[in-house]
Each structure stands twice: as C-alpha cells, then as structure tokens.
Design a protein around this ligand. Structure first.
Ligand SMILES: NC(=O)c1ccc[n+]([C@@H]2O[C@H](COP(=O)([O-])OP(=O)(O)OC[C@H]3O[C@@H](n4cnc5c(N)ncnc54)[C@H](O)[C@@H]3O)[C@@H](O)[C@H]2O)c1
Length: 218
C-alpha cells in the first residue's frame, strides 16, 4: 500500500457506483429545510442497508456522525469532491445513431461532472447537424478537435465492427477514458480506463428473476 493509499484507502467499485446515488438524493433535498441528514434516513430513502450507507460514507471521509447526522451541504461537497465533479470533464461522442442521439439529448450528465461537447459520425446525413446544441462533425476532424479542446473522455456508440478503430482514433487524439457502449472488448494500453456499459446485463438480472418466479408459480 502506498502512503497515499494509507491516507485514502481505495474504495470498491460497488461503493463507487453507489456514491452518485447518494449525491443525487442529497441534492434533491431542500437545503433550506434540511441541514442535517443521518445514514438511516439516506438508507431508507434509497432502499439500501443502513450499515452499508454508513460504511460507504465513512470511506469518503465525509465527517459528521452517522447516527446523529452529517451536515447536508458538507456531505454534498465531500461527495462531489471525491467523485471529481467539481472539475467538469469534457467528452466527445462517436456514433450518432439511435443510442448516440439519445445520449446527446440527455442533459443530466452535467450533474455528474461530464459535459458532451460534440459528436462525430461518418454518415453524411448527420454531419453538420446539431443535436441538443451539440454539433456533429465528420470523424476525420476527431483528432484535431479533441487535441485542441483537450478532451479527456470518449464515448463510443458506433456499431461493433467500428468500435476498435474508433477507440484507436480516440487514443491517438489523447483521450484518457473511454465509455464503451458497444459489446466489443476494446484493446487499450495501460493507463487508459475503459468503462463498458451493457443494458443487456441488467436485463439478464430481470429475466432470471422472472424465470425463477414463473417456476415457483407452476
Ligand atoms: N450498451 C448498451 O446497453 C447498448 C444498448 C443499445 C445499443 N448498444 C450498442 O451501441 C451501438 C450503437 O447502437 P445504435 O442502435 O445506436 O446503432 P446505430 O446503427 O443507430 O448507430 C451507429 C452509428 O455509428 C456510426 N458509425 C459507424 N461506424 C463509424 C465510424 N467508424 N466512425 C464514426 N461513426 C461511425 C453510424 O454512422 C451510425 O450513425 C452498437 O454497438 C450497439 O450494439 C448498446
């Protein structure tokens, strides 16, 4: 363990994935009315285990006393700082088809520290258009634009067969983190983070649950 890790021990991916849930809930509260919030209340609102919530919040060194409560505003700031939401990360999206279009239309990512600036595609019918104020450029402009704008995140929503080629282009353009919506496992060098997103995995959990229930009914 490095000295830095001793001071701030790494947290699990599961905990990390819950932190935006806490933040979303806390931000939905009326700050004029609620000054202090306790872990049992957060747990109840989010249908989570109380001990889990307490442990998660302890791991970000949010201060406060779990049972008596955390200062709401302070806790929000701690979570935002931990998640790096204070610095807005700028992203580009490649593949402006059905899925890409929906992501470009969604403004909620900005609440989670990511702003999609522009899109890229090879399809002449979308190049030059704007979706939700975001201009769509030809893929040939990707390297130049990403380098000029110092973009860190690349979102890949192209068809599977183009995924690796697009990933390579993004890396050449200096991208450090890739949000991959295709089902392709991308090859990237060390130091580059890839987050794979797959709706089908969540659907599998639902299907399995329904299958179990229908067996019980029979
Ligand atoms: N992660 C998920 O849960 C999930 C859900 C739905 C779709 N998908 C995946 O997302 C991807 C997009 O799905 P879709 O339904 O939006 O497809 P789509 O065919 O509607 O869109 C793909 C877009 O990518 C563009 N494209 C293809 N090759 C390109 C390249 N080399 N450079 C730039 N643009 C390129 C196409 O012109 C098109 O506009 C697919 O890989 C699909 O499997 C994932």
């Amino acid at each position: 363990m490095t000295d830095n890790e001793k001071i701030n021990p790494p947290i699990s991916i599961q905990t990390l994935k819950r932190l935006p849930l806490y933040l979303g809930y806390l931000k939905s509260l009326d700050k004029d009315e609620i000054k202090i919030i306790s872990s049992p209340i957060i747990a109840k609102a989010l249908n989570l285990n109380e001990v889990q919530v307490r442990k998660d919040l302890a791991s970000i060194k949010s201060g406060g006393r779990p049972k008596t409560g955390y200062l709401l505003e302070k806790l929000i700031i701690s979570l935002e700082e931990y998640l790096g939401y204070g610095n807005m990360n700028e992203a580009v999206l490649v593949g402006v088809g059905c899925l890409g279009c929906s992501l470009l239309k969604y403004n909620g990512f900005e609440n989670y520290g990511m702003k999609i600036l522009v899109g890229f595609d090879v399809d002449e019918s979308v190049i030059g258009t704007e979706i939700n104020g975001k201009r769509i450029f030809p893929i040939s402009k990707l390297k130049d634009l990403c380098q000029r704008l110092h973009i860190n995140i690349g979102i890949i929503t192209v068809t599977g067969e183009s995924a690796q080629e697009v990933c390579d282009l993004l890396l050449e353009a200096g991208i450090q983190a890739i949000w991959n919506f295709t089902s392709i496992q991308l090859n990237v060098p060390d130091g580059i983070i890839v987050q794979n997103e797959n709706i089908a995995s969540s659907l599998a959990v639902l299907s399995k649950h329904l299958k179990k229930k229908s067996k019980v009914r029979k």
